[in-house]
Design a protein around this ligand. Structure first.
Ligand SMILES: [Zn+2]
Length: 296
């Protein structure tokens, strides 16, 4: 386990501790109420730089959070506010992120490589989808896109943020991929999926496999913007180059105004009995074909 991993886990746990210290034990968690209880004002404000999600501002002794007005998704807005709360509550953040004028502009949503931004994102994930409540919720869902939809409406979180948290708690093999056009933004896998042998891990900017349903889907921008969806069968080899020769259920949904697509990949695992039976049958045939037959 690397130190980098620890620091993000710690940021998540810090948010979870805050919730239990304040007796916030049900979903959805409301970051706006939390901010108000902390005496932090919240404003909608156009961002200075393009793509910024929000800001933490210090005015004298007081603090304020601004979220970018271009953010229409309630899930992403709540994530952005939680990200700023992370900067406010995580040790060392205020000192590190505020500039000389007392302003920090954020790039929330796992889009930045900056350590403080990633910590604030991990805090936001833990605040809106705390382990204890979220893991129970995951167990009550059917695997696949349906689970992400249910969890997203339960926690009021965006599909990508929910998907990343979902694979962390799923105890079966499942992977989620977010792509833009023909390029992969990120892929996250459950531990049971990571355990499959010889997988080639999908990295940022890796091309979407040409023979996948996602590739075809992303060629039609209208489908992405209109949050259309498709489902089909592909294979582990199509997506990951190697690994077991299993088929995958590929569920694809456009993420609307984001211009991005979410793909959920679930292997169809052959029943162990089936594998055994096939092997036995194969052996029987082999023995029969090599057994000399004696005729009277
Ligand atoms: Zn930030």
């Amino acid at each position: 386990m690397s130190n980098a991993f620890d620091r993000y886990e710690n940021a998540t746990r810090c948010a979870e501790r805050f919730l239990s210290d304040h007796n916030l034990t049900s979903l959805p968690v409301d970051p706006v109420i939390i901010a108000k209880d902390l005496g932090i004002e919240i404003h909608a404000k156009p961002a200075k730089s393009e793509g910024a999600s929000g800001m933490l501002l210090r005015v004298g002794e007081a603090y304020a959070i601004a979220y970018a007005t271009h953010i229409e998704s309630p899930g992403f807005r709540r994530f952005s506010i939680s990200h700023e709360l992370g900067h406010y509550l995580l040790p060392g953040h205020i000192e590190a992120v505020l500039d000389a004028t007392g302003i920090h502009e954020s790039l929330a949503g796992f889009r930045s490589d900056n350590v403080y931004e990633k910590e604030a994102d991990s805090f936001a994930a833990g605040l809106l989808m705390p382990s204890k409540l979220f893991s129970v919720a995951v167990m009550n869902t059917e695997p696949g896109l349906e689970a992400i939809e249910e969890l997203s409406s339960l926690c009021i979180t965006s599909f990508p943020a929910t998907a990343i948290r979902y694979v962390k708690f799923a105890d079966y093999p499942v992977a989620v991929v977010v792509s833009t056009g023909q390029s992969i933004d990120f892929c996250a896998m459950s531990d049971a999926f990571k355990a499959l042998r010889e997988l080639e891990w999908l990295k940022k900017a890796h091309p979407v496999p040409r023979s996948s349903h996602t590739y075809t889907f992303n060629q039609n921008k209208k489908k992405v913007l209109e949050a259309d969806r498709i489902e089909g069968i592909s294979s582990i080899h199509t997506w990951f180059g190697a690994g077991p020769a299993w088929e995958l259920i590929e569920e694809v949904i456009g993420l609307g105004a984001y211009g991005k697509t979410l793909t959920v990949l679930r292997p169809i695992i052959p029943e162990q009995d089936e594998v055994d039976e096939e092997e036995q049958e194969f052996e029987r045939d082999l023995i029969e074909s090599w057994t000399p037959r004696f005729h009277k």
